[in-house]
Design a protein around this ligand. Structure first.
Ligand SMILES: Cc1cc2nc3c(=O)[nH]c(=O)nc-3n(C[C@H](O)[C@H](O)[C@H](O)COP(=O)(O)OP(=O)(O)OC[C@H]3O[C@@H](n4cnc5c(N)ncnc54)[C@H](O)[C@@H]3O)c2cc1C
Length: 145
């Protein structure tokens, strides 16, 4: 269901979860997410949108987030990533299977991938939400030893 940035599909009709496509202003692109976190957060936002009625309504602009536990490894990703993005490992190492990596696009941090490092993934997720520059985000993350 195609919605506007407030999750409104038609007067009095909202959508949330796997079925919803909407323009996320944080990334300036239309998206449809298949994550538990999104279904939960978007459901809350869609209900608030309905309650706002004809009144002012804010845009739904989350940092997408999902996780998956694969055997003994917790994999977490926040934000967006695509093949052409810049990539920097800011903690740990891929060889050790415990690391945090940042994705950058057009000079801005757009995603964070973590293997077994939940605390740092959440710190970096905030930088994605705050639209921090990629170089600045890499430096800040590495400084947090
Ligand atoms: C195998 C699998 C593994 C996954 N693993 C992960 C994971 O590790 N992490 C993660 O974040 N996400 C995961 N997901 C995605 C996650 O499950 C979905 O993003 C989330 O459940 C979407 O919630 P939803 O409420 O939008 O839709 P759903 O959970 O699909 O709920 C839609 C409901 O609507 C009902 N329904 C459909 N048609 C009608 C109708 N006509 N009338 C009435 N009811 C109807 C359905 O029966 C269903 O109960 C996984 C999905 C699958 C399939």
């Amino acid at each position: 269901m195609v919605c506007d940035e407030t999750l409104l599909a038609a007067p009095g009709v909202v959508a949330a979860g796997d079925v919803c496509r909407w323009p996320n202003p944080l990334f300036g692109e239309s998206m449809r997410l298949e994550h538990w976190t999104n279904a939960t957060e978007q459901g809350v936002a869609a209900a608030k949108r309905l309650l706002a009625g004809e009144g002012p309504a804010g845009a739904f602009a989350p940092v997408p987030f999902f996780w998956s536990d694969q055997y003994d490894v917790k994999i977490q990703f926040a934000g967006l990533a695509s093949a052409g993005d810049d990539l920097a490992v800011v903690h740990g190492s891929v060889e050790d299977r415990r690391f945090v990596a940042l994705y950058g696009r057009a000079g801005r941090v757009v995603g964070v991938l973590g293997f077994d490092n939940p605390r740092r993934v959440m710190q970096c997720r905030r930088m994605v939400a705050d639209r921090v520059g990629f170089d600045e985000a890499v430096a800040e993350a590495r400084a947090d030893a």
